[in-house]
Design a protein around this ligand. Structure first.
Ligand code: MUC
Ligand code: MG
Length: 382
C-alpha cells in the first residue's frame, strides 16, 4: 500500500476591515477600524486550516502593515510552502525564516493555519499539540482608551457590573505626564479595590518622563506600566525596573525569543507581555514564555487586537502556561462591532474561555467575511 502524504495545496489570504465599537485612542494612533489579514490553507486531503495576522493603527505600531502582511504571504511565504508536507510545521517555520526576515505577523498567520490544520486532521486542539491545556479559561483585561476619563470610568463600571472585566489597561502617553497621571488617579480612585489598574505608554516617554511618571503612577495605585520608553532603550527599561516597585512590562521590546533573552538578561522588565504575532508565531511565543519562566519573570497574555480567530489561537497556547500572573488581554473580538466566528468566543465571570474542539477551535461566519472583506466593493463594481 502507498501512503499518500498530505500536502499544502493552496494558501489564500483576505483582508477584512471591521469597525471598532468606539474610537480606541492610543499614543500613536486612534483606531476606528481594525484590519485583519485572514489566511486559509487548503490541504490535499480536503482539510483546511485558518490563521490571522493583525497589527494596530496601520504602520504606526510596528514595522508591518496589513498590506505588507498580505503581500509577504502571497509573494514569498505561500510559494515557498506550497506542495510541502502538511504536518511538517517545524519545517515550515524554518523555511519561512529562511525565505523572509522579520515579517513576524505574516509568519504567525500562516503558522496558526498550519497548527489549526494539523489539529483538525488529528482531531485534537492546538493546546493539545503544545502538550495540553492546564486551564479552561483565562482572566481577561479590558483596555480603557476612549480618550475621556469620565467615559472610561462609566465603561469600567459597566464592565465590572456585568462580570466581564475587573482588570483595566489604560492607554496613556498622548498627553503630558502630569495629565496622564491625573487621568489614571481619577480612574483608580473611582473604581477602588474592585479593579486592577495598569497603563500602556506604547514607547512614548523619554527616560526623564518615565522617572517622573513611574513613581507618580505607583502613588496613584497603578500596578504596572507597559513599555514606558522605546523598545530599544533596554538600559532605561532596566533602570526603571530596578528603581520603582511598580511592575515594568516589556511589550514592543519582545520580538521573539532572542529579544526575550536580551530583555531578561539585562533586567529590562518584571513582566513579559507575550504576543503570539509579535513573537513570530505560537512556537516562538512558547519560547518567549519559557525564557520568561526561566528568568523568574511575570507573564501576561498579550493581544494585537485580533478577531476571534487569532484570539482563539492565542488562548490555545496561553492555556498551556502554568502561571499567567498578570492574566491576559484577549478581548480583541469585544472591541469590534462584529465577531467573525460562527461561534463567538465566550467571555464570562471575568474570564475568556478557551475554545474547545479540534485545531484552534474556531470556524468563520461566511456572511460576516463576505460583508467585511476589503475587496468586496471592487468585486461588486467589476
Ligand atoms: C498594546 O500595545 O499592548 C493591546 C491592547 C490594546 O488595547 O492595545 C494593544 C496593543
Ligand atoms: Mg502594549
Amino acid at each position: 500500500t502507498v501512503t499518500q502524504v498530505t500536502t499544502i495545496d493552496r494558501i489564500e489570504t483576505l483582508i477584512l476591515d471591521i469597525p471598532t465599537i468606539r474610537g480606541h485612542v492610543l499614543s500613536m494612533a486612534t483606531m476606528r477600524t481594525q484590519t485583519a489579514v485572514l489566511v486559509r490553507i487548503r490541504f490535499s486531503d480536503g482539510s483546511e486550516g485558518l490563521g490571522e495576522g493583525t497589527t494596530i493603527g496601520g504602520l504606526s505600531y510596528g514595522p508591518e502593515s496589513p498590506e505588507s502582511i498580505r503581500s509577504a504571504i502571497d509573494t514569498y511565504l505561500a510559494p515557498a510552502l506550497t506542495g510541502r508536507a502538511a504536518d511538517d510545521v517545524n519545517g515550515a517555520i524554518q523555511l519561512m525564516d529562511h525565505v523572509a526576515r522579520g515579517n513576524r505577523i505574516a509568519k504567525t498567520a500562516v503558522e496558526i493555519a498550519l497548527w489549526d490544520g494539523l489539529g483538525k486532521r488529528l482531531g485534537v486542539s492546538v493546546a493539545q499539540l503544545f502538550g495540553g491545556a492546564v486551564h479552561s479559561r483565562l482572566p481577561v483585561a479590558w483596555t480603557l482608551a476612549s480618550g475621556n476619563s469620565d467615559t472610561d470610568i462609566a465603561e469600567a463600571e459597566a464592565m465590572i457590573a456585568k462580570g466581564r472585566h475587573n482588570i483595566f489597561k489604560l492607554k496613556i502617553g498622548k498627553r503630558s505626564v502630569a495629565e496622564d497621571v491625573a487621568h489614571v488617579a481619577r480612574i483608580k480612585s473611582a473604581l477602588g479595590d474592585a479593579a486592577s489598574i495598569r497603563v500602556d505608554v506604547n514607547q512614548t516617554w523619554t527616560l526623564a518622563d518615565a522617572r517622573r511618571g513611574l513613581p507618580a503612577l505607583q502613588d496613584a495605585g497603578c500596578a504596572l506600566v507597559e513599555q514606558p520608553v522605546a523598545a530599544r532603550y533596554l538600559n532605561a527599561m532596566a533602570e526603571l525596573t530596578r528603581a520603582y516597585e511598580i511592575a515594568v512590562m516589556a511589550d514592543e521590546a519582545l520580538n521573539g525569543p532572542e529579544d526575550a533573552l536580551a530583555v531578561a538578561s539585562r533586567g529590562g522588565a518584571d513582566v513579559f507581555a507575550v504576543k503570539i504575532a509579535q513573537s513570530g508565531g505560537l512556537k516562538r511565543a512558547a519560547e518567549v514564555v519559557a525564557i520568561g519562566q526561566a528568568a523568574g519573570l511575570g507573564l501576561y497574555g498579550g493581544t494585537m487586537l485580533e478577531t476571534g480567530l487569532s484570539t482563539a489561537a492565542a488562548s490555545q497556547l496561553f492555556a498551556t502556561v502554568e502561571r499567567l500572573d498578570w492574566g491576559t488581554e484577549l478581548f480583541g473580538p469585544l472591541l469590534l462591532t462584529a465577531d467573525i466566528l460562527a461561534q463567538p468566543i465566550i467571555y464570562r465571570d471575568f474570564h475568556v474561555e478557551v475554545p474547545q474542539g479540534p485545531g484552534i477551535g474556531a470556524a468563520l461566519d461566511p456572511d460576516k467575511i463576505e460583508f467585511y472583506r476589503r475587496d468586496r466593493t471592487t468585486r461588486v463594481a467589476a
